[in-house]
Design a protein around this ligand. Sequence first.
Ligand code: SF4
Ligand code: SF4
Length: 393
Amino acid sequence: MSVVTYTLAKCQKCMKCLRVCPVEAITMKDERVRINKSRCINCGKCIDSCVHQGLQAKGSTLAELEYYDLKIALVPSALLAAASTVSQIEELFGTIKSLGFDEVVDLSPYDGAIANELYGMIADQKEPYLISSFCPVVNRLIEVKYPMLLEYMVPPYRSAELASRRIREETAKLNQKVGIFLLCECIAKLPTSKYPYGDTSSEIDHALSIVDLFPRISKEMGNHRDHVDPSPDGLKLASSAHFTAKGYESHILKADGLEKVQLALDLAEFGQLKGRHYLHLANCINGCVGGNLLWGNPFEATQHVSEHLKTVRGTNAQVVFEASEESLDEVNERKSIQERILEYARVNAQLEQLPGYDCGACGFASCRMMAEEIAAGRATLENCRIRNHEVKS
Ligand code: SF4
Ligand code: SF4
C-alpha cells in the first residue's frame, strides 16, 4: 500500500515523478498524476524529485495522543545514530517523552534479538542464499519485480511488532486504553502499522514521521533525559557498514541504495551470486541509519554508530521467534508462479504491438507499463498516439 499522497493544486505536470519511479507506479491521466497504490514500493524517489511539493508522505500526528490513557513511543535503532554520544541519546529519549508520552521504548534490544537469530540462520544457510526482509522497500520491490526470489527471504521479523506484542501482554490487565506510536525513520515504514509485510495484523496504533517531530524535538533538546541502554547488535542491524556475522564475513553481500539493490537482485535472479549465504539489502544509503525521514546524513550517522559501539553494552531482548512461514506463504501466494508467467506472456503480446519509444505521451512511464494496462483491460492500443499516427500514415 502506497503512503504517497498527491496534491493536484501544487502539481506543475512536469512528469519528473513518472520518470524516477523505479517500478512505473505513476501515470498521468486526465491532467493529473495517478499512483498505482498496489504497485508503489514506497521508495520516496518521486517525493524527492518533486520540487513543487505535489507529492508527500504523511504519518499520524501527536494529536492522536489524546485518545489514549497510556501512551508509548517506540524508537527505532536508526534514530540512535542521529545522536553523536550516548548522553545525547538519553537526552533524545527524554525529549521524545516530553512530547506527551508515558514511556519511550528503545527498539535496539529487539533488533539485537533479530540480528542474533539472523547470525544463526546465516551460519546454517547453504546454497543459494537468504535475502534480508527488514527493509519494506526491498520487500515490495522483490514482490513486484523479482517474485522468483520471494522463497529466499528471511521471515519478516519486525522489532516494532515484537516490542508491541510484549507491551500488549504487559498492559493487558490494566484498565487503560494503551496507544502504541512507532516513530518512523523512513517513509516506507509509515504504512507498515496498517499494512505490515507478511504479518496478518499489527499491534501498532500509529506511525509518526520523525521529521515531523524534529522542530519540537530540537526546541526541547537538552532539557530532558531518560535512561537508555542500547544493544550493540541492534545498532549493527540498522547500519549496513557495521552488520556482519562472525566467521561468515565473506559470505555476506551488502547493498544499499536502490540502484545497488536492483543490481544485486538482478544478479541473484540470474544465479550469479554463488558462494553467498546472505544478501543484506537496504533502500536507504548505509541502511536504516540513512532513513529518508531522519535529520543529519547517512555518513555522519554511520560514524556515530562506530562511536556508540565503543561504549554501549545493552543486552538483547528475550524473544521467542514464532515461525512466520505461514504469513510469508500468504505473501508468496498472492499470485502463483504460473499466473505470473501467463501475465508476463499477455503483457509481452501487447508490448510487441507498441512502438517501444517509452516517450510517455500516453501518460505511462514506459511502453511496458502501457502494455500492462492494456493486458489488464484498463487501456487499449488506441491510447498510444504514436502508434495511431504510424497506423494512419
Ligand atoms: S514531479 Fe510533482 S509537479 Fe511534476 S508531475 Fe510529479 S507531482 Fe506534478
Ligand atoms: S514512492 Fe517510489 S515506487 Fe512509489 S510512486 Fe513514488 S517513486 Fe514510485
